[in-house]
Design a protein around this ligand. Structure first.
Ligand code: SAH
Ligand code: F3S
Length: 433
């Protein structure tokens, strides 16, 4: 009889893809099938994130709970970025954990499973890093890794330490992977990397030098493919050629994640982001000129060491000017192994919390204004999810969550939808074509 696997995935889309890969490996090599009940699982995996401190603290309390409720003989494994960062210390703090597997090593899941107390967190390049298996969480869209690791040294960020150097996956392998996903029914591809538009700067061996813009062109030629999304691009690498391809290629969805981090050129310099407030706004304005309906999302950190009231004002200023549809906002969290963790000019906790709520309030205002403008618009929606309330939900090309009344026959289809009602979390509409 098959064994049961319970897996919890935290953090970014790359972790989602890493989890898919581990699920496929465990199914193929060890006959595991998924369960959503941790109590009946033979193996409990937590795929962790270490970008901020809070989720790391939560990990140990969660592990304690799993240890109590798990069935006799069940194993517990910790994977992902916190596994890379804390390594064997995880087993020291929680001795019942059976193995620790770093974010760069997920392909070794079947090996560590059979070696009790093993710790695999090497971040050197390994061919098997690219050879991902076929399990997909959704039949309608597919995540595709295009690069692993990150070469930037943003002073707040632990990712380059947990995911290692940036290496682009060879173009022919990516195209094969994309073709396979489309052949199996996915009409949308989501390209993944920590810094996707730096694609092509370094390969692991002798490979054709293809940049991100050219990669997008090649992928978009795949017949049957309707949509391409990607995350995350870096504002520093948003050259004209890339923005022009984004604007004119009909298969590229018109929503872009532009991680700002801060609107102050001084703070951006301290963060080593490589761009200024002016460059960021220049790129946004160019994009909006070419694609008036583009929707933009961003990541912002408040209370980075040394951030003054004026610096924070600059962030608010950019947010007012750009009117992002979505903002992921965080209070700065000092991370081990990063440069900024050494900075002594830290900002008061309370000031940080105040800035965070000021930013979030401003965004709610912008959101209400933007959302009201959607009434009566017509968007092409790709339906992916049947809701228990009789609605079918999907995303517009520019990434709004749109719901229409309907049945599972709509799943996996695209249709033009006229927006008849709006809310902060989703839009409601009727199919017009
Ligand atoms: N390359 C990815 C970044 C991954 S980290 C990208 O560009 O999206 C995801 C986000 O977490 C970052 O954009 C940043 O806003 C936030 N973050 C990273 N380190 C952080 C820290 N030390 N404190 C608070 N937020 C942080
Ligand atoms: Fe982190 Fe900066 Fe890379 S935010 S993942 S070091 S681009």
């Amino acid at each position: 009889m098959s064994k049961k696997l319970y897996i919890e995935t935290l953090g970014c889309a790359m972790n989602v893809r890493d989890s898919e890969h581990m699920i496929a490996e465990l199914n193929e090599k060890d006959d595991y099938v998924l369960t959503d009940d941790s109590k009946e699982a033979d193996l409990i995996l937590i795929n962790t994130c270490s970008v901020r401190e809070k989720p790391v603290q939560k990990l140990f309390s969660e592990l304690g709970v799993f240890n109590k409720i798990k069935k006799e003989g069940a194993k517990i494994g910790v994977c992902g970025c916190t596994a890379s960062h804390l390594g064997r210390d995880i087993i020291k703090r929680a001795p019942y954990v059976n193995f620790v597997l770093g974010a760069r090593n997920v392909s070794k899941i079947s090996e560590v499973l059979h070696k009790d107390k093993s710790v695999e967190i090497d971040i050197n390049y390994d061919e098997s890093d690219f050879a991902f298996k076929d399990f997909r969480s959704s039949p309608y869209k597919a995540y595709i890794n295009i690069s692993i690791g990150c070469d930037k040294q943003c002073t707040f960020c632990i990712v380059p330490k947990t995911r290692g150097d940036e290496i682009s996956i060879p173009t022919d392998l990516i195209l094969k992977e994309c073709q396979k996903a489309v052949d199996s029914g996915a009409k949308e591809l989501f390209l993944l990397g920590q810094n996707v538009n730096n694609y092509g700067r370094r390969f692991s061996g002798e490979h054709e030098k293809v940049n991100f813009t050219e990669l997008l062109r090649r992928i978009s030629k795949i017949e049957g493919l309707k949509r391409i999304r990607f995350t995350s691009p870096h504002p520093f690498h948003m050259d004209d050629e890339f923005l022009e391809e984004f604007a004119k290629n009909p298969k590229i969805c018109k929503s872009m994640h532009m991680p700002l981090q801060s609107g102050s050129s001084k703070v951006l310099k301290d963060m080593k982001r490589g761009y200024t407030k002016e460059w960021f706004l220049n790129r946004v304005n160019k994009l909006k000129e070419m694609v008036p309906d583009v929707s933009l999302s961003t990541d912002i950190i408040v209370a980075f060491p040394g951030e003054s009231d004026e610096d924070f004002e600059d962030t608010l200023d950019v947010v007012r000017q750009v009117e992002f549809e979505q903002i992921f906002s965080f209070k700065y969290s000092a991370r081990p192994l990063t440069e900024a963790a050494e900075y002594t000019n830290t900002v008061d906790e309370e000031v940080g919390s105040e800035r965070l709520s000021t930013l979030q309030d401003l965004h709610t205002e912008i959101l209400d204004k933007n959302v009201a403008k959607q009434l009566g618009k017509v968007y092409e929606v790709y339906f992916e999810e049947l809701r228990p309330d009789g609605y079918v939900a999907g995303r517009s090309d520019n990434n709004y969550l749109v719901k229409v009344k309907g049945s599972d026959e709509l799943l996996g289809t695209l249709a033009d939808v006229k927006i008849t009602d709006v809310g902060r979390a989703s839009l409601i509409g009727e199919i017009v074509k």
